[in-house]
Design a binder for this molecule. Structure first.
Ligand SMILES: [Zn+2]
Length: 321
């Protein structure tokens, strides 16, 4: 199942790791102006037996802590110790952003928009470049754990191009409640892995700066399902309904500015003309209902208390597969 034969030793960041070995490496990224060097810990677990190499990534965006918690739980519960193949875990990929609880790098860049990076580019770009050169080539599969940005709450979902059969298969195996068609964004980590011929699956759950227990559990279980499928570790299968596959989606936008009150439950099916929310002024004189324009699943809800006209408020399904 591995794209290349399982090597007796692999060399990552100048360190050799043999079959059967565990290592924690420090990805030495940069020195800050305060002379502190910033290191990203990387946990590598290699089984003696042949198998694929899986990368578990959290915190590509520094404020999306659900992903960090998912990878932390995987390590804490030793799910990252395979009986076949290799598991590389990076719980906090953008450690700069995590320290500041910010989505971005200290240079203001979004790490997920600077790939494949360059040796002489911005700080984020150099980091991306090093990662692509030293770590990405070893990897066969990537699980990249994210959360909704700002006030947007994502129901646990994986995202992929539905016409990419290998990734779609992995998404079905992962078995989050939803699989959402999503184009690969230019200069993203996902695009880089795709170009290298690797299979990268993106997970979204909860929102930034908030633990979402349900999403975290789906993320950890999804990783187990994938490792089981790749025969890297034996877990009991957990019978669950297949993921709902959303082939086309649409953002419903606020028709007015005002205080926004959500009336539906995220992740549910709503029928046309259901009152999904209400937008009001603060004075008791204005109140407008937000109706479902058609039957749909809601898989992301903006819980901002105040919205402006045109803000995206509900992400809903247009077409199921
Ligand atoms: Zn993200």
């Amino acid at each position: 199942m591995s794209s290349e034969t399982y090597k007796d030793k692999i060399s990552i960041l100048g360190v050799e790791i043999q079959r059967g070995e565990s290592k924690v490496l420090d990805f030495d990224v940069a020195k800050l102006h305060t002379r502190n060097s910033i290191k990203v810990p990387i946990f590598i677990e290699r089984a003696k037996k042949d198998g694929p190499v899986v990368l578990l990534l959290g915190g590509v965006h520094g404020d999306e802590i659900n992903g960090v918690e998912i990878v932390r739980r995987i390590i804490r519960n030793k799910i990252n110790k395979p009986t076949r193949g290799t598991i590389i875990s990076i719980p906090v990929f953008n450690i700069f952003g995590f320290l500041n609880l910010s989505r971005k790098f200290p240079d203001g860049r979004d790490l997920n928009r600077v790939f494949p990076g360059s040796a002489k580019g911005s700080l984020a770009s150099q980091f991306a470049f090093q990662f692509k050169k030293d770590i990405a080539p070893h990897v066969d599969y990537v699980l990249d754990f994210h959360s909704g940005g700002g006030h947007r709450v994502n129901v646990a979902q994986t995202r992929c191009m539905l016409d990419d059969e290998k990734t779609l298969e992995l998404a079905k195996v992962f078995n989050a409640p939803f699989i959402v068609q999503s184009k690969t964004i230019s200069k993203s980590l996902r695009e880089t892995f795709k170009e290298l011929g690797k299979t990268a699956l993106l997970f979204e759950g909860g929102k930034s700066m908030l633990y979402d227990e349900k999403a975290i559990q789906y993320g950890v279980q999804g990783a187990r399902n994938v490792l089981r499928f790749l025969k890297m570790k034996s877990f009991k299968a957990l019978p669950r309904d297949p993921s709902i596959i959303i082939a086309k989606s649409k953002w419903l936008r606020a028709s007015h500015s005002g205080m926004f009150h959500v009336h539906i439950e995220n992740g549910t099916w709503v029928t046309k003309k259901t009152v999904m929310g209400v937008i009001t002024d603060p004075f008791g004189s204005f109140e407008r209902k937000v109706y479902a324009p058609f039957d749909c699943y809601v898989f992301c809800v903006n819980i901002a208390p105040i919205v402006n006209r045109g803000d995206a408020v509900f992400h809903v399904s247009l077409e199921l597969k």
